[in-house]
Design a protein around this ligand. Sequence first.
Ligand code: ADP
Ligand code: MG
Length: 402
Amino acid sequence: MTDIEILDVLSLPGGAELTLGRDGHGIAIDTHAEAEVAIEGGAGRGAFEGLLHLLRAGEPQGAFSFLRLSDVPEATGERPIDVDQSNRSVVVGDRVVVKVFPRTTRGPQPALDLPAHLAEVGFGAMPTPFGAVIWTDRDGTPVVVATASAYLAGARDGWDWYLELLLGWLAGEVDDETTFEPATPVGELAGALHAALATASSVLTSPVSFVDEEAILGWKTRAEVALDEALALTGGEEGERLRGREGRIRSAFDVFDQVPTAAAMRIHGDLHVGQILRWDGGDAVTDFDGNPLAPPEVRVARDSPVRDVASLVRSVDHMGRIAQRRGAGSVEDIERWVERSRALVVEGYVRSLDRAGQLSLFEPTLLFPLEVAQVCHEYAYAARYLPSWLRVPDLALQAIFP
Ligand code: ADP
Ligand code: MG
């Protein structure tokens, strides 16, 4: 925090302060400067509660403004959420989750427009969005500071509740019906989300386009860049195994050349089982901030909805790899579980798109190359953020290309 240029300070009711600053490396701050949002204290010091009070009041405070999407409930008392998270979420009064973005970016953010759009078209399988705190730079560029949404009582994310059903099944404690039950509804939830994202609203007036070969070639280039990055960042045995499969990976990407047109639209961008919350009221999808590794212009760009499906079914596979890494059950059983579960996810997805009359959103031939691209991303993610994760794409790639 030494090289931070302080940009603004927001005094919060209750006495806490929110400080917004910028890394002081001095170059190109207008195009990709990142704002650092530092909250004084943490849960229990009243900062999140204070933000919620300001959001409820809705009165701008200098360059800070408050976007309200629905009535903000009164809530007091803070409790941290203690699961792995990229941002900082705190439960206020058991009614609201206030999420502050410690590393945020200048420019349009999916966390601002996607919840607004989804609420308007009546998508119910998400925590009701209450609104957002925005700071506006002198040149008019918005910076998202925090969001607030309804707290879902008893919520557990899929890395918790879903993985437990796999581990229990491998241990012989959970039966077939129970362990395979979630796959279809999870797929249906993704389909319902896409149908809602493809419905016009005042936020997204013309949500779907059908793009041509050139745009699809752009998706191929992105996949190749992900592969090149994975190759550059992965050493050791894992790197060797990756290099040994490079030819087959590149052939998988050739599929992009054979698709003349496909749907493009706003997507979730980071859809995985960890974003599926199982709570007292059913299943809900959360975290509309988009791909955490991508710059804001990519996060709000139209993309293939198949990318969401690919990352979702990859995360089903990843649960299998996590079980494998832990030595839980036999590899044959894990493969069987992954195969059946992912097939049910895709089936549920397609069925719900079909019900919504939106089957044209799904171009099935793109699923495999986008899944392979997603595995490549996982290598880069492991190299950059979480070295212990490397085993997951390593095992996944060996399963795809034995
Ligand atoms: P991040 O961007 O930091 O990953 P998420 O929005 O995915 O943040 O939330 C992180 C975790 O907080 C989730 O995995 C879930 O356990 C919990 N969580 C998020 N939103 C809610 C909510 N509305 N109600 C209850 N728990 C939530
Ligand atoms: Mg998340």
